[in-house]
Write a protein of this length. Structure first.
Lengths: 298, 640
């Protein structure tokens, strides 16, 4: 019996999830509501069936996600029967950090700091994340079980060697492990799996008429009235969709008419720009993702 | 210049009939392989070329690549494919890859995962890591250089890790005028060497990563070559996962699935063979047998499951089975043993100390183990066997390993998942070695415990006491022996049967063959632990007074005894206090360099983190300390 690449990837991800659950004391799954999170959550359901996955979902919220994301977040957690924890960095709440006035501080405070604080707050010693090695160069050498110091730092030069399917989940008190069950999946694999397994994803991945403005060459969707408009600026209805989802004022849409999954995949394959280009985060400086990871960004 | 030329067009099917394309791509298989070679062999260039030829590069990446090529590239005005592959900022500056990274590309037939591993000698560890999950290895040779020492090294490691498919990619054929003579000469040289280390089959392909010859398509430049292109070969080679399906069934239990009282399933990934409901199985090591009832998945029960799949099995009978057990075909279960001959690849900056207690993870089993002094080390450049007392970072040796309880295994040659293991440091939790089991040692099969009639309990009853080990640890001159002596006197007055082990009666006799290197210190403490254990079996209260500087060895001694019988007494005297006392004048000698490896000076002392009793000798006299210890032992009031 020949296993297809998706069957092997699925089996590997399930193996990874079960290893962590067997060896960690207090694991959690980071759930960002994106398509990778959706695939990861689906794999978790499969890994522990007929049990409910024995860990909660954690959404590190920035308060600036798309409304559709918040809606699916509640629904997906409920359907999985899993506890949903929502964490907003209290310091960012207090200082009213937003993407317009605070630039890169927005990501740092809500996401990087927010994640660290959330893990400390709940005392999680291990966290599943949906990152893939094909996303970005510095991710390509990330381990599946990626060890973090008590200060959440990632030391690229001092990673544990990972052999066969043996994962070392041992750590001292205070240290933690980030685990990436989708490490060996590509963007195409994830899309194909979503199609094959009929996994629900945020409708924003599909093209529809949506109100938009153009900012710094990016198409920004006006998701609510918090987006400050210039004097002569008026939102324009355009048929758009998103390749990745984040904070709506920072996430660039593409003009598209791809309204079904095969059409989205088709467009993805024909398109000539890579996935993360829609995110402002990678453009800061060369090697910026690597720097952010060392500081504790997922 | 090969940028954005005609060739760089995505599959026409995507645009014309996406459903047909997706259908085709749903049935592809997956191959994991590694590339071995140095920077100079054009390894990164080859991977970059494979990504490029299989349309895995987006236009924005291509633009960035062109810009980078001009700025920091090594190919003049041409695209430097290597820049696509070399990831981290530090490496990019150095111009070399320093770790294992993984790349992905796909064709209609297969998805490929490439482990990119560096070719530098000091990074044996990375290559073994990358190779451990690979079905195939591409060994690169620079056509101008021929078979080099590093080619031999890479081939040896590939063989060691058990990769069955070897591709010898003779690269840079463009720089030797696509000369068949050059190619044939290299193959002849390689053949001789490969046979000598047991690689009996390999596929040689003349290529140019830079120019693209024989990568995706056969090249007109090598009309004399009649084989497949590299990509065709990668698409057609047989996968290990398919071979594993023909073996006897084995699945290591990862997790027991108990959603409610009515369901008890055993979750794991099948390591070999296949399984169906009704199959007779044996749970190893217990040996209990049962029958497979269901193969449970979220998509419904399966009629059959095969090697590579992650499943949940239920059994017809309620038998003990938990994480670490292996469910196997009843008629041909795997072996169980506690002593093995292994090959060890050392991966830590700290050298292997024979005898030190470490964690061993094999399959889903984690046990305590210790590695004996290596039988020999292998020089991976000459394949010679060298004598070795320890193993350093990136060295490979053959050594015996003993575990504290029997484990389920198969020789690595028969099954990688059942015979490959990692070693984990008990203090730092770092992964310090990878190992491969050759076979179990006959003596562990044949040395059985002889049951005795006068057992431990009988000895204790006669002495009317509970045996204990009081393990004193602390710096030289901290007062261990003095306090231990006082404690023994008190116990003696209380009619307890005791024995004090200290440097005088051990170092001068049993351990007089040992010095003060880290390795000898480990062995010293191991022997003392074993002696102390025998004495507790005789019913005695044992006091040991040794510096015992390492946590791992104190932990090993603790693990030899039943819970509650090992009492660690930390004689906590600050270094400056101990040094100022300097009863034996040893600190002075150590400071002057006359005495080497002295704990606290040029050899570390690892303080206990959770000693049962801690004595602060700056606040208590030896007699007060002894009274405090005895009171603690017998739960007496301090005021007594």
């Amino acid at each position: 019996m020949n296993l297809t690449h998706l069957e092997r990837l699925e089996a590997e991800s399930i193996h990874i999830m079960r290893e962590l659950v067997a060896e960690a004391e207090n694991p959690v799954m980071l759930y960002s509501v994106g398509k990778d999170s959706a695939a990861m959550l689906h794999l978790a359901k499969k890994a522990f069936f007929p049990s409910t996955p024995p860990f909660p979902l954690l959404h590190v919220d920035t308060t600036w996600k798309f409304k559709d994301m918040y809606a699916l977040r509640e629904k997906a957690a409920k359907e999985a029967g899993m506890e949903l924890l929502i964490y907003q960095n209290p310091e960012a709440v207090e200082r009213g950090i937003n993407p317009f006035d605070h630039g890169s501080l927005h990501t740092e405070m809500w996401k990087t700091e927010g994640l660290k604080k959330a893990l400390d707050h709940y005392g999680f010693d291990a966290a599943f994340g949906g990152a893939r090695r094909d996303e970005e160069k510095s991710r390509a050498k990330e381990r599946v079980f990626s060890f973090r110091t008590a200060k959440h730092r990632w030391d690229a030069k001092n990673q544990r060697p990972e052999l066969w399917n043996l994962y070392n989940a041992r750590k001292a008190k205070g240290e933690s492990i980030r685990v990436f069950p989708l490490s060996n999946w590509t963007e195409l694999d994830v899309w194909q799996y979503i199609q094959l397994e009929d996994i629900e994803i945020v409708p924003l991945y599909f093209a529809a008429e949506r109100p938009t403005v153009v900012r710094d060459g990016m198409l920004i969707m006006v998701d609510d009235d918090r987006l400050p408009l210039q004097q002569d600026e008026a939102p324009v209805q355009r048929s758009i969709r998103f390749r990745t989802l984040g904070c709506y004022p920072l996430t660039g849409a593409i003009e598209s008419h791809a309204a079904t999954l095969p059409e989205v995949i088709q467009e993805m394959l024909l398109t000539t720009t890579s996935e993360r280009q829609g995110r402002a985060i990678d453009h800061d400086s060369s090697g910026s993702m690597e720097k952010k990871k060392q500081e504790g960004y997922f | 210049m090969v940028a954005k030329d005609e060739k760089y067009q995505t599959d026409a099917l995507i645009a014309e009939d996406i459903d047909a394309y997706l259908e085709a791509h749903q049935h592809k298989s997956m191959l994991r392989f590694i590339t071995c070679g140095s920077v100079d062999d054009g390894k990164s260039t080859l991977i970059g070329r494979l990504l490029y030829d299989t349309k895995m590069i987006f236009e924005d990446q291509l633009d960035a690549l062109e810009a980078d090529s001009k700025k920091v590239g090594t190919q003049g005005q041409n695209i430097d494919f290597a820049l696509l592959v070399d990831g981290l900022a530090a490496e990019r500056e150095q111009g070399i890859t320093i770790d294992v990274s993984y790349r992905f590309f796909t064709t209609e037939k297969r998805k490929f995962i490439v482990a990119d591993t560096p070719g530098h000698e000091q990074y044996t560890r990375n290559m073994v890591t990358g190779a451990s999950t690979a079905d195939l290895a591409v060994i690169l040779i620079d056509a101008r250089q021929g078979v080099l020492t590093q080619t031999r090294r890479h081939s040896y490691l590939v063989k060691l890790v058990g990769i069955k498919h070897v591709v010898l990619a003779v690269n840079k054929m463009d720089l030797v005028g696509y000369d068949q003579g050059v190619f044939d000469k290299i193959i002849a040289d390689y053949h001789e060497f490969a046979t000598s280390i047991g690689i009996d089959s390999y596929t040689a392909i003349p290529i140019s990563g830079l120019a693209g010859d024989n990568i995706a398509q056969l090249s007109d430049n090598t009309p004399w070559y009649s084989g497949q292109s590299l990509l065709e070969h990668l698409e057609n080679v047989q996968l290990d996962v398919a071979l594993n399906q023909d073996k006897a069934f084995r699945m290591a239990v990862q997790w027991v699935n108990r959603p409610n009282l009515d369901f008890r399933g055993f979750s794991g990934q099948i390591a070999a063979g296949s399984v169906k409901p009704g199959d007779k199985v044996r749970v190893v090591p217990s040996g209990k047998t049962s029958t497979i009832k269901r193969i449970v998945t979220m998509d419904g029960d399966l009629e059959v499951a095969v090697a590579g799949q992650s499943v949940t099995l239920t059994l017809a009978d309620e038998i003990d089975c938990s994480r670490g057990d292996v469910i196997a075909a009843a008629e041909s279960p795997p072996e169980v043993a506690d002593q093995f001959e292994t090959t060890i690849v050392w991966m830590s900056d700290e050298p292997l100390l024979p005898g030190r207690s470490v964690r061993m993870k094999i399959g889903t089993q984690t046990v305590s183990a210790h590695v004996q002094q290596p039988k020999y080390q292998i020089d991976i450049n000459s394949m010679q066997h060298l004598a070795a007392k320890k193993l350093e970072l990136n060295s490979i040796g053959v050594a015996e390993v003993a575990t504290d309880k029997p484990i389920v295994f198969e020789p690595y040659d028969s099954n990688r998942d059942m015979g490959g293991f990692i070693l984990i440091d008990k203090n730092t939790n770092a992964t310090i070695a990878a190992g491969m089991i050759h076979f179990s040692l006959r003596r562990s099969k044949n040395v059985h415990w002889q049951p005795v009639d006068i057992d431990r309990d009988a000895h204790c009853r006669l002495k009317n006491q509970r045996p204990l080990v009081l393990w004193f640890t602390g710096l030289s001159g901290s007062g261990k022996s003095t306090i231990a002596n006082e404690v023994e006197k008190r116990l003696h007055f209380m009619n307890r049967h005791t024995f004090l082990l200290d440097g005088d009666n051990i170092r001068h006799g049993l351990n007089r063959d040992l010095g003060f290197t880290d390795a000898d210190r480990v062995e010293n403490i191991r022997r003392i632990g074993e002696i102390a254990k025998l004495m507790t079996d005789a019913g005695l209260i044992v006091l040991t007074a040794f510096i015992s500087p390492f946590r791992a060895e104190r932990q090993m001694a603790r693990a030899m005894l039943p819970d509650g019988e090992f009492i660690e007494v930390f004689v906590d005297t600050p270094l400056q206090v101990a040094e100022s006392r300097d009863v034996k004048g040893l600190y002075k000698k150590a400071r002057s360099g006359e005495l080497k490896n002295f704990t606290g000076i040029d050899s570390p002392y690892e303080e206990p983190v959770s000693a049962e009793i801690r004595i602060d000798t700056t606040k208590m006299s030896a007699r007060e300390a002894a009274r405090h210890i005895v009171n603690q032992l017998f739960g007496l009031d301090e005021a007594d």
